[in-house]
Ligand binder design. Structure first.
Ligand code: T4K
Length: 405
């Protein structure tokens, strides 16, 4: 693979968002789902719902939103936390707050479309797509090569909850006076060298969508490190820019979370550690299978699971399948789905495969991105999976592997 040359894109027409990547839609015969939302028991929810209905306070910085922000600050080890409607809005607010004058933002094309659609939908911002490194995160060297006098920021993703090479990215940012926004949608609770991952860079944005390790049904938050000034600004932006009844201080929008979702968050926060432990068991079982098989044509980023300075959340289990005639990602995908196992092609298609982005990047300059997008498959991981479920996933995979090798 090439080292990932920079690709400057020129905005042409409106980019229509696609429904959802990964070649799905709801298949009813899937016995083992890719994911399952963490949900509280109804009896734990009811007292909160009663309280909300009785008090008649349902949104606009309510007490449950404020409590959840405090609890998340502790859990995520982040001094500043602002809850938002969803991760996409969180990214949008972060860009508006940090880059009021716009500019070029160096980013990755290997992500869920939310990451780059917020850039493409902002008329003041031009995304500059560069390639990923071996860990599916933004390649710091490619970022350094892509910096120009127009560059203002880096938008990097902790893909699959694997932390970016943040030290090198931050060195590039420091040398060039750039801001860093981390898309931490997959990285809830990840700790790097004792630090909450959401303290890295200028701001980080988490997603609390139902299919994430921690959820508020829909939702998300923006976090910062020591300096929480930016979080105050995000709070203004998420409230239309209104400071108080008599003062509108900037042109914001509506990014607020409501009280009912905050309650889901408070209850799920009590459950999330156990859910992560259960996810870890699933991943450990997969790892021991692949270790014993030791397939030369499959890459798994095992080193992350061995790092002592890292606490992971086991949000995804991506395997990179180096293709051959009879054994490649799409064959595995079809075989597993036909056996009732929901595997997903996160992230396919990305910028390099979708005609709607034509003209926004130079073909051939995002080689690792294109390779990962065509060859990565995510296996099911969630807290409801039993040992039998894991064994079934492995068994179905193994049947195909042995038949094709
Ligand atoms: N940045 C990155 C890097 C992201 O990955 C995302 C979102 C964002 C930003 C934006 O954050 P948000 O604005 O969404 O907060 C899902 C999620 O909708 C999306 O949040 C997520 N990334 C993406 C990776 O996954 P789909 O369309 O693939 O989800 P879906 O409906 O197919 O569900 C996935 C699995 O979860 C399936 O096994 C079914 C199961 N599921 C899902 C839902 C919604 C349930 O069992 N119950 C449910 O209610 O996008």
């Amino acid at each position: 693979m090439g080292s990932g040359a920079m690709t400057t894109i020129k905005k042409t027409s409106h980019v229509a968002p696609r429904a959802a990547p990964g070649g799905k839609r709801v298949a009813t015969d899937l016995q083992i789902r890719l994911n399952r939302p963490l949900l509280p028991e109804i009896q734990d929810l009811l007292p909160y719902l009663k309280d909300i209905l009785q008090n008649r306070w349902v949104t606009n910085d309510g007490k449950y939103v404020r409590t959840l922000e405090q609890k998340l600050a502790d859990y995520l080890k982040c001094p500043g936390v602002a809850l938002v409607t969803n991760g996409t809005v969180g990214l949008d607010l972060a860009l508006r707050a940090l880059l009021p004058d716009g500019g070029d933002v160096i980013t990755t094309a290997y992500s869920f479309p939310a990451t780059y659609h917020v850039l493409l939908n902002n008329p003041n911002i031009t995304p500059v797509f560069v390639d990923i490194d071996d860990n599916y995160c933004l390649d710091p060297e490619a970022v350094a090569d892509a910096v120009t006098p127009r560059t203002r920021a880096i938008l990097a993703v902790h893909t699959y909850g694997y932390p970016c090479d943040h030290e090198r990215l931050e060195a590039v940012a420091r040398e060039n006076g750039l801001l860093i926004i981390y898309d931490a949608a997959h990285a809830f609770g990840v700790i790097v060298g004792g630090r909450g991952i959401g303290t890295l860079g200028d701001v980080s944005v988490f997603s609390f969508h139902a299919a994430k390790v921690f959820n508020t049904l829909e939702g998300g938050c923006v976090t910062s490190g020591e300096s929480t000034e930016i979080i105050d600004r995000i709070r203004l932006f998420r409230n239309f820019g209104i400071r108080n009844e008599d003062e509108i201080v900037l042109c914001g929008l509506n990014g607020k979370m409501d009280e009912i979702r905050a309650v889901f968050g408070l209850l799920n926060l009590r459950l999330v550690d156990e859910a992560i432990t259960k996810r870890k068991r699933v991943v450990t079982r997969y790892l021991s299978y692949f270790e014993a098989l030791s397939p030369p044509d499959i890459t798994i980023r095992v080193h992350f699971y061995l790092r002592e300075d890292l606490v992971l959340n086991y949000s995804y289990f991506p395997i990179l399948i180096h293709p051959s005639r009879h054994f490649h990602r799409d064959v595995v995908y079809t075989h597993m789905r036909a056996s009732g196992i929901e595997v997903r092609k996160y992230f396919y298609p990305v910028v390099t495969e979708s005609p709607i982005y034509e003209g926004l990047y130079h073909p051939g300059r995002l080689q690792r991105t294109a390779y990962a997008s065509r060859n990565i498959l995510c296996l099911p991981v969630h807290h409801e999976m039993t040992e039998e479920d894991c064994d079934r996933v492995v068994e179905v995979f193994d049947q195909l592997y042995r038949r094709t090798h």
